[in-house]
Ligand binder design. Structure first.
Ligand SMILES: C[S@@+](CC[C@H](N)C(=O)[O-])C[C@H]1O[C@@H](n2cnc3c(N)ncnc32)[C@H](O)[C@@H]1O
Length: 268
């Protein structure tokens, strides 16, 4: 495991929900609105995590079936418990080698996961392979390079100011390809057709500084993994720097915003 992926720490479903799942659940319906697909299709979701998009698919799209894969047993357990629907089948799997036949799914989607897959070209080729001809292949990732995830950009700016090594762990440095142009090009290179990339945006409002900071102390995800690696003194220093830097509303809320890039395409 590389020095950076070691910090990804995708295991604890409850912690992930508080850190990222709550924002991911806001983006999922916007993505499904964009797809605007008919009912009773066979869906596949790659990197389902704790089931944010899976739950939205089942609630809004009335699928015939949903296979949702993720390598993290901890996340799958949380997803199975949170999404007890007979149409859903949560399985352990890897985006780079899908254990599914060619042309077997109508819709293949992925939420906030493809940037974490080491060989994205392979993952996109797999998504295309298992989609039926004319089927939909679509995914979204945060706009890390454009500073689209403002709460995380603020975190890494404060961390890098105190610890030069932290800059290398920041998602905007690790995932510079998460731009509209590059994502579109990668989807086209995988042989997908009618490729379009559009922004999905949601406010991310924290009730107070504790609501902002606590998720970073819970260990699930790259930034929380980094916080867990710090000494108590360094952690307190980072917390105080952020408490000082973040803008507050008169009622103490910290009102930020998040933007993801959604790529939609068709399989040949
Ligand atoms: C930021 S989480 C997103 C989870 C969920 N889709 C959501 O929207 O909240 C990234 C997910 O990618 C998964 N992941 C990492 N590497 C993967 C791979 N090679 N194949 C499939 N999923 C992977 C992680 O286990 C994690 O659940």
């Amino acid at each position: 495991m590389s020095g950076t992926s070691r910090h990804d720490a995708w295991q604890a479903g409850d912690s992930y929900e508080i850190y990222m799942g709550r924002w991911s659940r806001r983006i999922a319906p916007l993505f499904l609105d964009l797809l605007s697909l008919p009912r009773e299709l066979d869906w596949l979701e790659i990197g389902c995590g704790t089931g944010a998009l899976s739950a939205a698919i089942l609630a809004r799209c009335d699928p015939s079936s949903l296979i949702a894969i993720d390598p993290s047993e901890g996340f799958l357990e949380k997803a199975r418990a949170g999404v007890p629907d007979p149409r859903a089948d949560f399985r352990r799997g890897d985006a780079e080698a899908l254990d599914l036949p060619d042309a077997s799914r109508d819709v293949v989607v992925s939420a906030l996961a493809l940037n974490f897959v080491p060989d994205r070209a392979k993952a996109l080729a797999e998504m295309r392979r298992v989609a039926r001809p004319g089927g939909t292949v679509a995914f979204y990732v945060w706009d890390y390079p454009g500073g689209g995830l403002q709460f995380l950009r603020a975190f890494w700016s404060a961390a890098a100011a105190r610890d030069p090594k932290a800059g290398d762990l920041a998602e905007d440095r690790r995932f510079p390809f998460c731009t509209a142009d590059q994502l579109e090009n990668e989807a086209k290179a995988a042989g997908l057709l009618k490729v379009k990339c559009r922004p999905l945006e949601t406010p991310t409002v924290f009730a107070d500084f504790d609501d902002y900071w606590r998720p970073f102390t819970l260990g699930a995800g790259p930034a929380p993994g980094y916080v867990a690696s710090l000494t108590e003194e360094a952690r307190d220093g980072l917390r105080d720097a952020l408490a000082h830097a973040l803008p507050r509303q008169p009622d103490g809320q910290i009102a930020l915003a998040a933007r993801a890039w959604a790529v939609t395409a068709k399989a040949a």
